[in-house]
Design a protein around this ligand. Sequence first.
Ligand SMILES: [Zn+2]
Length: 156
Amino acid sequence: MKFICDFMLGNLSKYLRMCNFDTIFIKNIEDDELIKRAFDTNRILLTRDRRLSERRIIKEKNIKTNLLKSNCVEEQIKQIEDILKITFNLDLKRCIRCNEPLYALDKEKIKDLVPSYIYKMNNTFLQCSCCKKIYWKGTHVDKMRNFFNSHLSGRI
Ligand SMILES: [Zn+2]
């Protein structure tokens, strides 16, 4: 399931990526371009903008659109889960910054790229194919898990 988020849903787009949902988010995108990309790449359009969601072109092109009712990311997630019958589960396989897949790195190769205590304490390192950001399971995953636990109780 792939998504495209309108400009108001930057925070939500990070959660979607954390759960390995392929998600486009572009800050300063025009509505027409947003709709075009949703159509061209067959994505579900997530929006807070009722006017946008009711545009004729959306119906004509049969673009799946979810109008989110809340500004609160927990409520947004719950609404998406309800409508699409999916569950948000933390699954670190996608860069949170740029949506690209993460690749496992040989531990040897990153010795000089992360702080030495991080290097010593972790065995699994992942890197974004685009921005080259390095993720490691310890800190990053714990941080995200806490994030989810505090926002979505009983999850993960
Ligand atoms: Zn990246």
